[in-house]
Design a protein around this ligand. Structure first.
Ligand code: ATP
Ligand code: MG
Length: 456
């Protein structure tokens, strides 16, 4: 049995009519209808996904419940085995393509691959036969701002959008109340909503789904998780993350060259990661040029005999230069707390990079000085075009979002799990952010590669 139930249109409308899907057959008529008839029909070749198909979420045999990373619920059990729903086209669909008005909205911050996902959603909808596809401009705000018109979308419009970063539709934070969004969905006659965004956006999407249920209107709400930080539970990775790690290499390399070429040079690179240090960890592992990696999950001392500053002194004495990589959420305890919030209600963080730069300069002032340079590549990375592997991930996620909506699912999001594509109920993936486990093998591999001590 699957670990999670995913909400389906028939939960609310038990008598909902389903239609046979022509999706796979259309895929098989590249030239013309008559020509296609010349081939034997072999639907299994493209194949439909059965609603009961499951993907293994996790199976690990721990030799004891105290093994590193063991998550056994039952302390006597050393096996963890969980299944989730497989994504993909279904033989029966719950929307007639000619009756569909689909809308796409992108919210939160930018992330490489947004345009790739938009593009693939539009293309897949058209293959199903949907004629009415619109983009809601500038996130959830586009539902309420009177001067923002819906953007008609078609294959022609989206053909080349993946060649540049950003979002064709624009993004924003904050916006109208959920009930106003659903009013607007009803007024516009939208019955499929594709929501691209992070945890805030998904909380919104789930609330929209619940409100549609409450009003008993037949609307499928499907999310595509957008988080460059890779901080979504249960998924192998999210789109944009690979591109971010790759792009971060350039900033790290620049910091390294600056530090290495300067007398007593120290480079600081701040990378994305408000609550999860995956980008900083992976970028450090990939570059091999980082001496100290600081992430939000792992506390550290700056001053004191085992602090970061003492280790930097040791590095300058032994190597002549050093490079520090800090995730934006690292060391927030050192920074003055403000109650500032952004339009979506997220706390505004202090700048750990600036703080480190100041403290390092102060520390070395009396002991030979240090040439400290700070690079913050955040906006350069977020605005990048997706790399090849993210491009593929976005393509498959976009297609599966459309398949999920046609299959009658709502309040779900798509993801990759053990290399298979799956549907998750939204609440399961946003209950808490995924974080780097300080006891994990991967974090210890990172420590081995940087050679940094514990700083405690
Ligand atoms: P990012 O990873 O870039 O932060 P995000 O989706 O978390 O992406 P937010 O700015 O936090 O970005 O939220 C995006 C949108 O979701 C905003 O328009 C915000 O109003 C809405 N939103 C956030 N949290 C909720 C919530 N709990 N319920 C309803 N809507 C929400
Ligand atoms: Mg967020």
């Amino acid at each position: 049995e699957a670990r999670f139930n995913i909400p389906h249109i028939t939960d609310v409308f038990p008598d909902a009519v389903s239609y046979p899907s022509t999706f796979c057959l259309k895929m098989r008529t590249p030239v013309s209808e008559e020509f296609a008839e010349g081939y034997p029909s072999d639907e299994k070749w493209h194949g439909y996904i059965n609603n009961n198909d499951r993907v293994l979420l996790k199976v690990i045999n721990y030799s004891s419940p105290s093994s590193a990373g063991a998550e056994c619920i039952d302390p006597n059990c050393s096996w963890v085995e969980q299944w989730v729903h497989r994504a993909g086209p279904r033989e029966k669909i719950f929307f007639k393509p000619e009756e569909v008005k689909a809308a796409i909205v992108t919210c939160g911050g930018l992330c490489p691959g947004l345009n790739d996902v938009i593009r693939q959603i539009v293309i897949t909808l058209e293959i199903y036969g949907v004629k009415q596809i619109v983009g809601i401009p500038f996130g959830y705000r586009g539902f309420s701002e009177k001067d923002l018109a819906e953007m008609p979308l078609s294959r022609k419009v989206v053909q080349n959008v993946h060649l540049s970063g950003g979002s064709l539709l624009g993004v924003s934070r904050g916006g109208p109340k959920v009930s106003d969004i659903v009013d607007s969905i009803q007024e516009r006659g939208i019955n499929m909503l594709f929501v691209l965004g992070g945890n805030g956006t998904h909380a919104g999407a789930n609330a929209i789904h619940d409100e549609c249920r409450r009003r008993r209107i037949k609307v499928a709400v499907v999310g595509v998780p957008k988080t460059i930080d890779n901080d979504i539970m249960l998924m192998d990775k999210t789109f944009g993350f690979d591109t971010a790690v790759e792009e971060a290499q350039r900033a790290i390399n620049s910091a390294y060259i600056e530090a290495h070429s300067a007398y007593r040079g120290i480079g600081i690179v701040k990378l994305m990661g408000r609550s999860s240090g995956f980008i900083a960890m992976q970028a450090s592992l990939a570059s091999g040029q980082i001496d100290i990696c600081l992430i939000p999950e792992v506390p550290f001392n700056l001053h004191g005999p085992h602090g970061v500053l003492r280790h930097l002194r040791y590095l300058l004495e032994t190597k002549g230069s050093a490079v520090v990589c800090a995730a934006e959420g690292a060391g927030q305890d050192f920074l003055e707390k403000t109650n500032a919030k952004d339009a979506s209600g997220n706390a505004v963080l202090g700048d750990i990079g600036v703080y480190l730069q100041q403290e390092i300069k102060k520390y070395f002032k009396e002991i030979g000085g240090a040439d400290v340079k700070y690079i913050d590549p955040t906006y350069m990375i977020r605005a990048c075009r997706a790399n090849a592997s993210d491009g593929i991930l976005c393509t498959v996620l976009g297609q599966n979002a459309v398949h999920g909506a046609f299959a009658g699912y709502s309040g779900i999001t798509v993801g990759i799990c053990n290399t298979h594509y799956v549907y998750f109920p939204i609440p399961e993936v946003i209950s808490k952010p995924r974080v780097v486990d300080p006891n994990s093998r991967m974090w210890h591999r990172c420590l081995t590669s940087t050679g940094q001590p514990d700083f405690l």
